[in-house]
Design a protein around this ligand. Structure first.
Ligand code: NAD
Length: 437
């Protein structure tokens, strides 16, 4: 099929490239001219494992094209995906300016039947707005369909998630739209859930809100563990063998971040409020998540007493491993708070150094974890990158002024850290000398 994707960020670029890999002819469009220029030169503006090779391969085969020209994208495609950002407004609502803008541009360039698909995460009833906008701005009477096809990929494993999804959700209003989307996704061999547009829109918000709540649930359990000397890892293990509960998203830590969970939870709370329902459960999940960062900062202050002029090393800046994305990353709030208290912060991340440079002043970026550890009074694990799990701890300890690690992601074994001579503090797990094992 001839497809275009408008909005070539984490979702648009991965989806467009994967659709091309499946044999479709794809135009990835974006209004960011710099981004498109980079892509045209074979350079990828984001870090996503495997993406660069896939883009190069599909560019070579002539199945993938990049453009700043929405008109070109609309004219040459039978299916148009909208994958622009829907960032949060101060009110908590999603900012739909990009969606509206794209809907208008599509209308103004429509020359024949097109299927317009929302891939961005949008509030329920956005499909109706998109349909109304296109109908209002289209120059002459041309048939079109609007559909919803929310994306569930995760940064860091995006290509695999797109190619092997647990399910594909399509919200449609016509048989034609249903047939086009089912045939487009047919090569993936995944279960397809067909719903109306509103249900599809809600499935995305409900799924993300549920996952965020699961994280907050185990974090709340970890707070009780901390108080009584129980081990949250053991509790989670005992819980997750129950198939109804499952293993995923039961890792206690400093909470979720990223460009989706915080914003989608806020949006879902606001959507519910707007229709007269007070979604208290989600407000509690959000509160627990915020508290987790304050709780971590309190652990740091309890251990170091006065932070002014203390050297604090940070391992990990991205909101999770295998991405360079720092949008709403817990590292941002943690670093800002440490700097405010007068600490000297050194940091390292395998991929997010460039992005953090544009976001925060006053920290020293280091070339590796050992440089971060030099003269440090304390090391903080903020993102659970694999490379931090296999450090040379003897070497690390030698660099440090005090052998103290405060692990916000529970990536080390307390017993082992103690053997290396570290004072080791983590989340919801007793350190060795507290007993509990
Ligand atoms: P992003 O910021 O990485 O990408 C959005 C892109 O849209 C940018 O390149 C931007 O330049 C472009 N854009 C904005 N307005 C435009 C316009 N008017 N015309 C053309 N291009 C425009 O965002 P993202 O992370 O890819 O997320 C996109 C959507 O997908 C959001 O709604 C998000 O909630 C949802 N989503 C994201 C993820 C994820 O893991 N990032 C997963 C599932 C769903």
């Amino acid at each position: 099929m001839n497809i275009s994707i408008i909005g070539s960020g984490y979702v648009g670029l991965v989806s467009g490239t994967c659709f091309a890999e499946l044999g479709n002819k794809v135009i990835c469009a974006d209004n960011d001219a710099k981004k498109i220029a980079l892509l045209k030169n074979g350079r990828v503006p984001i870090f996503e494992p495997g993406l660069e090779e896939l883009i190069k391969n599909n560019l070579k085969k002539g199945r993938l094209k990049f453009s700043t020209n929405i008109k070109e994208a609309v004219i040459n495609s039978e299916v148009i995906f909208i994958a622009v950002g829907t960032p949060p407004l101060d009110s908590g609502e999603a900012d739909l300016t990009g969606i509206e803008h794209v809907a208008r541009s599509i209308a103004q360039n429509l020359t024949g039947y097109r299927l317009i698909v929302e891939k961005s995460t949008v509030p329920v009833e956005t499909g109706e707005r998109v349909k109304h906008t296109i109908a209002t701005y289209v120059k002459r009477k041309i048939k079109f369909d609007v559909a919803s096809n929310p994306e569930f990929l995760r940064e860091g494993t995006a290509i695999n998630d797109f190619m092997h999804p647990d399910r594909i959700v399509i919200g449609v209003e016509s048989k034609k739209a249903r047939d086009i989307l089912t045939s487009l996704y047919q090569p993936l061999n995944a279960p397809i859930v067909v719903t109306n547009i509103k249900s599809a829109e809600l499935i995305k918000h409900a799924s993300n809100a549920f996952l965020a709540t699961k994280i907050s649930f185990i974090n709340a359990v970890s707070r009780v563990c901390d108080k009584v000397g129980a081990n949250v890892e053991e509790v989670a293990k005992g819980m997750c063998l129950d198939k109804r509960i499952g293993r995923a998203f039961l890792d206690a830590g400093i909470g979720y971040g990223g460009s989706c969970f915080p914003k989608d939870l806020d949006a879902f709370v606001t959507i519910s409020e707007n229709v007269g329902y007070d979604f208290d459960l989600l407000k509690a999940a959000r509160r627990v998540n915020e508290e987790q960062k304050s709780f971590y900062l309190k652990k740091i202050k309890d251990a170091l007493w006065v932070l002014k002029d203390k050297n604090i090393g940070i391992l990990g800046l991205s909101f999770k491993p295998n991405t360079d994305d720092i949008r709403s990353a817990p590292s941002l709030d943690i670093i800002k708070s440490l700097l405010q208290d007068g600490a000297k912060v050194r940091a390292y991340d395998p991929q997010a150094m460039l992005k953090i440079k544009n976001e925060i002043n006053g920290i020293t970026l280091c070339k590796d974890p050992y440089e971060v550890a030099r003269h440090a009074d304390c090391l903080l694990v903020v993102t659970e990158w694999d490379e931090f799990k296999e450090l040379d701890f003897k070497r690390l300890k030698k660099q440090m002024r005090c052998a103290l690690i405060i692990d916000g992601r529970n990536i080390y074994d307390p017993e082992e850290m103690s053997k290396f001579g570290f004072k080791y503090i983590s989340i919801g797990r007793p350190s060795r000398k507290d007993g509990g094992k």
